[in-house]
Design a protein around this ligand. Sequence first.
Ligand SMILES: Cc1cc2nc3c(=O)[nH]c(=O)nc-3n(C[C@H](O)[C@H](O)[C@H](O)COP(=O)(O)OP(=O)(O)OC[C@H]3O[C@@H](n4cnc5c(N)ncnc54)[C@H](O)[C@@H]3O)c2cc1C
Length: 569
Amino acid sequence: RLYESVADLPDLEYDFLVVGGGAAGNVVANRLTENPKFSVLLLEAGTSNLEISIVPLLVENLLSGPNQFEWNYSTTAQTGLDNRTITYPRARILGGCTAHNGMVYTRGSAEDYDRWASITGDSGWSWDGVLPYFFKNERWVPPAGNHDTRGQFNPAVHSTHGINFVSLSGSRWPVFENQVIQTTRELPEEFPFNLDFNSGEPLGVGWFQSTIGGGERSSSARTYLGPEFIQRPNLHVLLDAQVSKLVGPKTKSGIVSFEGVEFKQGGTLFNASAKNEIILSAGPIGTPTILMNSGIGDKHKLSALDIPTVLDLPSVGQNATDHPMIFASWSVNSTQTIDNIQDNTTLFNEAFAEWNKSHTGPFTNVPVTHILFTRVDANSTVFENVTDPAAGPETPHIEIYLSTGNGPLPEHFITFGLLMLTPTSRGSITLASNNPFDPPLVDPGLLASPVDLALSREAVAKAYRFVQAPVWKDYIIAPTTDLGTLTTDELDVFIQTTASSSGHIVGTAAMSARDASYGVVNPDLLVKGASGLRIIDASIMPMIPTAHTQAGTYAIAERGADLVKGRWV
Ligand SMILES: Cc1cc2nc3c(=O)[nH]c(=O)nc-3n(C[C@H](O)[C@H](O)[C@H](O)COP(=O)(O)OP(=O)(O)OC[C@H]3O[C@@H](n4cnc5c(N)ncnc54)[C@H](O)[C@@H]3O)c2cc1C
């Protein structure tokens, strides 16, 4: 059941406490309560699901400024971004970032996960190990509008028996789609067609896949806590419950355990306790913040804030990794772009009415048609002084998502989103004070390393080469900003003054091998040096996958839930 007030909860002691109802937390709460013997309390700081968030095209409205469904973070000044401080969206709502994200569904390369397995010494984190968990999460469905999808995906690498809807786009842009597919024919060496970038081999251009079912956003709140699950008598979800810290630390034979958590609702502090385990799923910013507030972290940094150290784990909050993102756009000789809808109230209302009536048309997705995953050229000097950060030769360095629109009318535009998938920069989450309700300092380290800046230049060059295929000759009118003619210095200024985050922060409570001298959790996701305390969310990723991060997080959550169930049979 969903509870808005702590006074309505049947109890304050449960077998499991799950902190954070985002991508991972809702999966864990669902899977643990499949066993009727387990009682679970999930504590979520935000409110219930947001109606507007189910309309895919309206995603921008959710992210357009500070609001009550957000943590409203800003970063520290980013040296790699011309010292800018940028807003850093994180959802504070049931569903977490799956309730406001771009819904892009990409898994990454098989090599990404094989590298996780080699870092952790646990083959369960290899591609072959996690693929069954991608399948357990995913329910592949036909796109909105049900168009013929033959040749647009490979059914063998998808599952129809999971919980979270995934589909090809129901929002169609035939002229632009044809431009893209024709490019793969004209420049097949550099930009080959890839039937399915979610096969573990993402390189090439593939049709866009999203966490959308029947034209509606598929957030973890709507699926894993959907009507068929939320009625379970052993599943309790408390909203508006911000967890500040773990309470009741005890140390036995050098191993720390905790009784439960402290949380705040309506200005009052409460405690809840766990008989079996406390599972932190508060995401890559929330989870390390709770750990440090509880005295788990670097003892020097904790004592500087007068927080007594319970467990000295210097890696807590470190290793923050995100994909920097920039855009390139062009005005085009076609009226078939999303600009019509985004910039013309009558057409907007007509398209929204279509969505309301039949869940078809442009409102069923963002206006992206394909994604290109590509590597820097073999003769590139970008990585001449560093080891190639990609997990292997089949792993991309760059993603370019291909989309219509940029406005304003009367011109029409196309926009490419360029993501640097293998950043070498690392940032951190640290505490600003010893008040657990103060926001932490968020430093995603975007473009902090010159290597990442050089990679961004390569991404721009790739995007410009893509539109040099003959098919674009009469289609493109002019670049919005001509990045192709800038000097290296000018291009660097453009990148540093316009780059932003893709929302993909991971790695702040990273998993490492059991005997490693760094890291926060062991391969079974239990916190090193603690018992009964596990972390199951995107913060445990040891390296960022070359993908948008929700699919990987869902796989972690599905496997994490199995690890917990295996321990408490
Ligand atoms: C703007 C944006 C766009 C994105 N677009 C995409 C995309 O298109 N495709 C994709 O694959 N990925 C995307 N992502 C990333 C993806 O959504 C995240 O990687 C994923 O949701 C992480 O899951 P999580 O469970 O670790 O954290 P979250 O989903 O962030 O969930 C954490 C939850 O914990 C709650 N919480 C935090 N602190 C506390 C506390 N102290 N007490 C109680 N509750 C707490 C939060 O309110 C939240 O509900 C995007 C992210 C953002 C921000």
